[in-house]
Design a protein around this ligand. Structure first.
Ligand SMILES: Cc1ncc(COP(=O)(O)O)c(C=O)c1O
Length: 371
């Protein structure tokens, strides 16, 4: 085999996002065993760092071995019993994935639906939840397929009124957007490492409120997915009892990414991302493009401008990649060909990197405007 030389990319897509050199370097450090006291120190640092970005004091904050979808499946398989009524707020691709998992786990799935790019308000959520009275509710905080961000309280408040647990998909928000799990009343939140935390993909940060832990402990049927059984996972993290061979290098990477966040300051990092988003919108609108999602409902880490009339989005994306080494993504489903999906996350969320991006995008779009 030839030596491995991946191309240098600027990752302005929906994820994976750009990873700093210090995070790659951490991954190259020597392995220790899965019960080594050193690894448990790393776990402690990671769990504390995750509490800070989730905005929670939940003792049950840990890491699922797998990508964001593993976190999603952990949430469903541990908290949605077969036959339970599971209410899902559906307004994009990833809520559909949660619904599908619910269906496969034998839940009675009920759906509130909106077109891709819209969000739910409290009145709509309350009417739906009072009618259905589910045991568990799920929504996606940052819907990566549309660029919309759901205000958590619009769902958590009415859900609590009917006594339901709330699952929030925070895959595209953790680490760069405030979630404030305790304040907003989210019971179960999961995420990934490859977006707002700026680490490689492979782990799923996970947090559970004390009342959800109580519900879990009261469960009498064994979880049908042994690997994602939270009771067993907690015995590994808190009881130091072997469950699986932890992906040690990935934990080093996540710890380093969280250390970088701690050094910057969590609130400062959120503010930097918001500023980069505001600047992105100003610049893209100055080029004549329109944002798909209305102001105030936008996912600030993933921008979805509409593809201008007469422009082939695939050609623009190809030219950005081939000539400028810049990755952005396409819309799909009902938004195929209609939006670009442009992530501004982690080290790329600066004015300097936006300058680079907009120079390149300007060139790619100008050619088409004059063609
Ligand atoms: C909102 C959302 N949820 C879940 C996932 C699934 O995560 P993964 O691809 O890491 O399994 C993604 C992936 O992009 C996502 O954007």
């Amino acid at each position: 085999m030839l030596a491995l030389h991946p191309p240098h990319r600027l990752l302005f897509g929906p994820g994976p996002s750009q990873v700093e050199a210090r995070v790659y370097e951490a991954m190259a450090k020597p392995l220790v065993g899965y019960l080594d006291p050193f690894l448990y120190q790393v776990f402690d640092d990671v769990r504390n760092g995750l509490r800070a970005v989730f905005g929670t004091k939940n003792p049950c904050t840990l890491v699922i071995p797998g990508t964001g979808s593993a976190g999603m499946e952990t949430a469903v398989t541990n908290f949605v019993d077969p036959g339970a009524k599971f209410a899902i707020f559906v307004n994009g691709f990833f809520c559909e994935r949660i619904a599908e998992m619910g269906r496969r786990h034998g839940a009675q799935v009920v759906r509130a639906e909106k077109p891709w790019g819209e969000v739910f308000n409290k009145t709509e959520a309350r009417a739906f939840l009072e009618k259905e009275r589910p045991q568990v509710v799920a929504f996606v905080h940052g819907e990566t397929s549309t660029g919309a961000m759901q205000a958590p309280e619009a769902i958590t408040r009415p859900a609590r009124e009917v006594g339901a647990l709330v699952i929030a998909d925070c895959v595209t928000t953790l680490g760069s957007v405030p979630i404030r799990v305790d304040q907003t009343g989210i019971d179960i939140a999961y995420s990934c490492t490859q977006k707002g935390l700026s680490a490689p993909p492979g782990l799923s940060p996970f947090t559970v409120s004390p009342r959800a832990v109580e519900r879990l402990n009261a469960r009498t049927t064994p979880n049908s997915i042994w690997y994602l059984d939270l009771k067993l996972l907690m015995e590994y993290y808190d009881g130091k009892k072997y469950h699986h061979t932890a992906p040690v290098s990935m934990f080093y990477a996540l710890r380093e990414a969280l250390a970088a966040i701690q050094e910057e300051g969590v609130e400062q990092r959120f503010a930097r991302h918001l500023q980069a988003h505001t600047s992105f919108v100003r610049r893209i609108e100055a080029m004549g493009l329109k944002m798909h999602v209305p102001a105030g409902q936008r996912l600030t880490t993933l921008n979805t401008p509409r593809v201008p009339e007469g422009v082939d989005d695939a050609e623009v994306r190809k030219q950005l990649l081939d000539e400028h080494g810049i990755e952005i993504a396409a819309g799909f489903g009902p938004l195929a060909g209609k939006i670009f999906r442009i992530g501004v996350m982690g080290p790329l969320a600066t004015e300097q990197n936006l300058d680079l991006f907009f120079q390149a995008l300007g060139k790619c779009l100008a050619i088409r405007a004059t063609a």
